[in-house]
Design a protein around this ligand. Structure first.
Ligand code: HEC
Ligand code: HEC
Length: 457
């Protein structure tokens, strides 16, 4: 064969190969950041920021208000980029109703920072209530938002407070790059498929199906995937927001918060450049993806296979969908659900609770999630990411399943009715969903968390 290959054709073939390699390298540099960029991103993720930090070219560095001094301080369980413990929880708030008479600059949610560079800047839950006060009375009747009077009788000022406070647990970031590449259409067609299947079942007289959640449609028309409420569709945007919100590092995507005002400081100079944000986001996107690790023995593997089958047959997989688009083994449908049981005594005027109380949530005109709605969290890596649920209140997988009520109540009941062996099989399956083995370990033990905000759930 080689005999027939002329010098000219060798040259042509060489040129073809070179073009192919150049083309490949071109694509590679578009999609795979250089090792230098990744190293810069890793340094930024692990860097302990200080006020007027040298890495902040023109801004004021850490703060003035913040929740942590580095990304790794909260994202460390299971390696750099991992989950956080409950002591790392972040206090966030949202408004149940558009407040009457407040010009809250359209903000419906925010963060109550746990730390500040100066004592005067420290924030508290009481301050959020002061900024978004209880509703006023019009003609002797209390008015909630721009809608109607509560129907359940006497409303106390507490019931009328628009602010709801959550304690939010830190998720692991492994696989975030894969999640970033899920198309909106992948989520929407999954939702459509479930709707049709449900309709078909109902036609056949089967009403036991799991309700289909709703996609979080963002102001930009995209579907939210990141955050416990699916509040962002893009990893780059979430990373930039984390810089501003968690560390007080302004950037071109999101400015840091103004202490005690619960709004952005629009005049703050940028602490981070676009290149720094890109490097940090590239590092997060390149974190290894969680993996399924099967046990050694044949009988243990059989239990796992049985557990995986039960995970489907009891209905867990309806919401914790194994694969969405290119995200194989993600175990989430990225849709919003209400899976919390109503607080005990709800409807009886349980006054003062942030989440419950007699005031029914109004359907918001946009698709903003209700206070009770949370995105199905991906279960990849779940064996290594305790504590569980958005607020970290479930310390074990068993407690996490028990915490499913509301739209997941039927599925929880089916799980409860399994035999002890079958339940063990489900846990055996969940315990194969592990964080990546090759995750980088934090250089130093993470710094102790700062002040923890105390508030009632
Ligand atoms: C004080 C603790 C804390 C610090 C510091 C922190 N995070 Fe987070 N992170 C959280 C919490 C809590 C959430 C969940 C927020 C939510 O869903 O509302 C989160 C969520 C995220 C997510 C979304 C993950 C997903 O799958 O939905 C990304 C990305 C992220 N953080 C990146 C970062 C980066 C980058 C930094 C450093 C600039 C950082 N975080 C610093 C606590 C922290
Ligand atoms: C109707 C949809 C739905 C069904 C069905 C469902 N889940 Fe969930 N699951 C959720 C939502 C939503 C959350 C988060 C709720 C929160 O944080 O308040 C969640 C949270 C979890 C968590 C905690 C994950 C973490 O990272 O904190 C685990 C574990 C879990 N589910 C396992 C299961 C198992 C096992 C089943 C079946 C027995 C199941 N789920 C059925 C929607 C569902």
């Amino acid at each position: 064969m080689l005999r027939f290959v002329t010098r000219r054709s060798v040259l042509i073939m060489g040129a073809v190969v070179l073009t192919a390699v150049a083309g490949w390298a071109g694509t590679r540099s578009r999609h795979t950041p250089s090792p230098q960029v990744l190293a810069t991103g890793r340094d930024l993720f692990e860097h302990e920021w200080k006020p007027n930090d040298l890495l902040a070219k023109s801004g004021d560095g850490l703060g003035p208000v913040f929740n942590g001094r580095s990304c790794v301080e909260c994202h460390f369980v299971g390696g750099v980029g991992g989950a956080g413990l409950n002591r790392n929880n972040v206090a966030s708030f949202e408004l149940r109703h558009a407040p009457v008479g407040t010009t809250a600059s359209g903000r419906k949610a925010g963060v109550i920072h746990a730390q500040a560079n100066a004592p005067w800047a420290l924030e508290s839950v009481a301050m959020v209530h002061a900024v978004f006060p209880a509703q006023v009375k019009v003609g002797g009747r209390p008015v909630v938002g721009n809608a109607t009077t509560p129907t359940s009788g006497i409303a106390t000022p507490n019931d009328l407070r628009p602010v709801i406070v959550h304690s939010i647990n830190t998720p692991a970031l492994f696989g975030n790059g894969v999640m970033d590449r899920i198309n909106d259409q992948d989520i929407l067609s999954l939702q459509r498929g479930r709707r049709y299947a449900g309709m078909l079942r109902e036609v056949q007289g089967d009403f036991a199906g799991v309700p289909v959640g709703r996609a979080q449609v963002l102001a930009n028309g995209r579907i939210g995937k990141f955050g416990w409420k699916g509040q962002s569709s893009s990893l780059n945007e979430f990373v930039a927001t984390a810089c501003a919100v968690e560390l007080g590092l302004s950037n071109s995507v999101r400015k840091q918060d103004l202490p005690q005002k619960f709004t952005h400081d629009t005049s703050a100079a940028d602490d981070m450049s676009a290149e720094q944000i890109t490097a940090l986001a590239s590092f997060v996107a390149a974190l290894p993806t969680p993996e399924q690790r099967l046990p050694e023995s044949e009988s243990d593997r059989k239990a796992v296979a049985h557990g995986s089958q039960l995970f489907r047959s009891t209905g867990c997989a309806e919401c914790h969908t194994p694969t969405v688009g290119s995200a194989e083994g993600v175990y989430s449908d990225f849709l919003l659900y209400q899976v919390e049981d109503p607080p005990p005594g709800n409807g009886g005027g349980g006054g003062g609770s942030y989440g419950g109380g007699p005031v029914e949530p109004e359907p918001t005109p946009s698709s903003d999630p209700l206070p009770e709605e949370w995105k199905t969290p991906p279960l990849w890596g779940v064996a290594d990411t305790a504590p569980y649920m958005h607020d970290g209140r479930a310390l074990t997988l068993s407690a996490a399943i028990e915490a499913h009520g509301g739209q997941a109540r039927d599925v929880r009941e089916r799980f409860r009715n399994l035999s002890a062996d079958d339940k063990q099989a489900v846990f055996a399956f969940l315990n194969t969903l592990r964080l990546p083995k090759d995750a980088r370990q934090p250089a130093a033990p993470p710094a102790p968390a700062g002040q923890t905000l105390a508030f009632k759930r």
